[in-house]
Design a protein around this ligand. Sequence first.
Ligand code: COA
Ligand code: AMP
Length: 630
Amino acid sequence: MSTYEATHRASIETPEEFWAKAADGIDWEKRWYKVLDNPEPNIYRWFSGGRLNTCYNALDRHVERGRGDQAAVIYDSAVTGTKRTVSYAQLLDDVSRFAGVLASAGAGKGDRIIIYMPMIPEAIVAVLACARIGAVHSVVFGGFAAAELATRIDDAQPTLIVSASCGIEPSRIVEYKPLLDEAIELASHKPRHCVIFQRPQVEAGMTKGRDLDWQDAMATATAHDCVTVEATDPLYLLYTSGTTGQPKGIVRDNGGHAVALHWSMKSIYGVDPGEVYWAASDIGWVVGHSYIIYGPLLHGNTTVLFEGKPVGTPDAGAFWRVASEHKVATMFTAPTAFRAIKQQDPDGKLIGDYDLSAMRALFLAGERCDPDTLHWAEDRLGIPVIDHWWQTETGWAIAANCLGLELLPVKAGSVGPAAPGWDVRTLDAAGEDVAPGDVGAIACKLPLPPGTLPGLWNAREKFIEKYLTTFPGYYETGDAGFIDEDGYVNVMSRTDDVINVAGHRLSTGAIEEVLAGHPDVAECAVIGVGDAMKGQLPLGFLVLKAGVDRSPDDIIAETVRMVREQVGPVAVFKQAAVVARLPKTRSGKILRGTMRQIADAEEYKVPATIEDASVLDEIGGALKAIGYAN
Ligand code: COA
Ligand code: AMP
């Protein structure tokens, strides 16, 4: 039996033993009384009774054990031309003092703190300072509009918000403060204070009495010690898109999360403490939480915080420069980034300009990786390129070729076998396993391993309904695909209305809500159409109200502006078509799946339940007119 098989089998047959052993990698204030608790049917908790502090495990213990001078964070900002290395000792000092700032501004254990920040070291300081005082952070990605931030403020009800004066995109400076002020104005809940980090590029206007200046507050702050929390207490909330416009607040606990992420660094990614690990993502996404911040720091690695893009900052060699300069051992990014690089440097000539001899593996996740991109990266880099699959909900990989256990053959198009801890199945509508190679809904048998979502913030029923009801005894991933004869998982598509744009998870429902708010729009639908670089792009269909005789182009342009203002630029909503009707089933359900197949010029069957099949020809015509369905 291979090492992978033996490890996977042990994790499924004796999960408590398996994860209790992994928990030795974490320092506990008090050991748990139960490794796996099952307080009610289908609801599980890891390490009940255990007490710890996640920040202590990420920083203090490394400094106490001699890693104080090692780089904890290498900040490399291609958009400002700045590089800064922060040692573990320095980061501990900064985090302890910022924890003091948060505490004196009124935040304590269990309070929520929203962090709306660009990719600067202070964002990591803010995250860890929350963990230090037992507050629950909720990071909101900078590319979202004020209205999206407001929704999260109302749901999380934060005591404080931590932000910065601006983010820097290659083409423009994004002033965060006006967006933050607008979001607070829109939200019913008002935070007590906002702590604002002033970047040299923009000075944010401050609201007297409410806003505190980060630098001023830090100058007089006193260090705050770690507050011990329960293993089952929440460490953070991270909002992600579901089928509706209301995002879901994924909860992450302290104990299971620390154990799983620490374990994953060696077992999945194959890195040892002291090595440099780089996840080229954003702290606003789960990849950023797990593998820019927590995983590497819990494990005593050096993490790279890159503020820039794979192309255009300044060129398609940016990733290779960063990897070679900082001697990155393992790298992690989204396939989109590689498609962007490949488009600008098809032969990978720029790779030759850099010494990448330290790099042992490249991991990809966030969206389906097309085999061409995988092979291109393999051929140019000459190292294993490993696609692995996970979700905001799971916090770490559900399926992966676990490099640290043993490198199994890489199969392009597959995300590898189930990771230890995961009993992954493909099920039919009745909940029965389908045969190897047949497509089914991908579900994971309960209990899920540590580090996965114990629930949704303030939405217990929704949690049960969304994830645990369709297939009793299983977690429903929302993805569909097949498992081959060798146990390799292939993730093909979503089973819901979630789309994936440049590795960013978006809800078509959220965009539809905005379109429906246009005064001339009677009805609308949004689908994700295939895009060579970003994987998918949202495309809208608008049915106008009777009697509207304005130019369709003007109406479309207005909806594009509205989505940018209300969801954010990250939605990349740029195209729509005005149509007379939408294809529907007899019960009135819009046939988005069929529309997507037509747009992507895939073979499709006319659904038996369609109300009027001739609408599909009209949709095909409208799509052809804007360059799709060819
Ligand atoms: N703050 C504010 N705006 C942001 C932002 C942020 N943090 N991130 C993105 N945006 C904006 C961009 O400026 C752009 O706006 P524009 O319409 O004015 O040009 C828009 O949102 C879309 O951004 P993006 O999807 O990044 O597209 P791009 O064309 O600027 O770059 C890629 C294309 C491929 C280089 C980029 O999508 C990329 O790096 N993808 C990797 C994704 C990734 O790491 N995903 C994480 C999951 S692992
Ligand atoms: P997010 O929660 O933003 O990480 O998005 C999770 C979703 O992205 C998954 O449910 C999948 O639909 C998709 N996804 C993530 N990684 C992969 C992958 N390696 N292959 C295919 N799809 C992926």
